[in-house]
Design a protein around this ligand. Sequence first.
Ligand SMILES: O=C(O)CCC(=O)C(=O)O
Length: 264
Amino acid sequence: MNVDAGRFDRDGYVILRDAVPLDLIHDLRSVIDRTLESAAIPFGTNTFLGARTRRIFNLLSRDPLFARVPVHQPVLDVVEQVLDQELLLSSLTAIDIHPGQEAQPLHADDGSIPVPRPHQPLAVVALWALSDFTAENGGTRLVPGSHRADRRPRPGDQVDTINTEMTAGSVIVYNGSIWHGGGENRSHDRRLGIVCNYYAGWLRQEENQLLALSREQVAAFPPRLRRMVGYGTFRGLHGHVDGVDPGTWFDDDASTAMVWDRIR
Ligand SMILES: O=C(O)CCC(=O)C(=O)O
């Protein structure tokens, strides 16, 4: 899927309508519901995590079906336009917002990265709607253009926000610097989504995928996803093991040209 890069630069987000087939959405919902139950996932314990919100972190370790999310090509195409093909998966989390949940405080997902703002895109987030997102049920609220601000939001900031409204199967892709948060759920239904957070290939991922996933789980991933979780290199250097691309541990053809091979 191609997007208007100028618009993404200006607004800091773009909505990809009907980017995911509904049968995949249905299957993801079923696996999430099963996991919420079997792992007894609790509600959050603070205003950020949400007293009426459940989160399942580290989805790739939970079920093989989740491996389809980070590499879903129509979404990945857009994220790669902003970062590049050497991007990493930073985190993959299901967010289940129940009726009665208050609005989450505004924040920037790259807020923990200590560099002056604004800066080049370092994080890009794809938030998949697994249910319809509306202004009533907690559709993500955001401040268009705020990724260009010279600071992160502060508690008590009075700013105009818009609510993301999209049907199940749509995906909002946003710059990790944009001011945003889950919306208040004033409806009678859950609002369910998956947040797929991508980082530039040279940044430390939020979820430590290399420790969170077994070698067997990674072996079952498509090669692209193996690289995305960390079995690969950035610019043929960052991430090497004894001068070798660790992607080759699974697949001889996975090797990218190492930096040393390019030096004459
Ligand atoms: O659920 C949402 O709409 C956004 C959640 C979010 O921004 C977060 O938890 O960091």
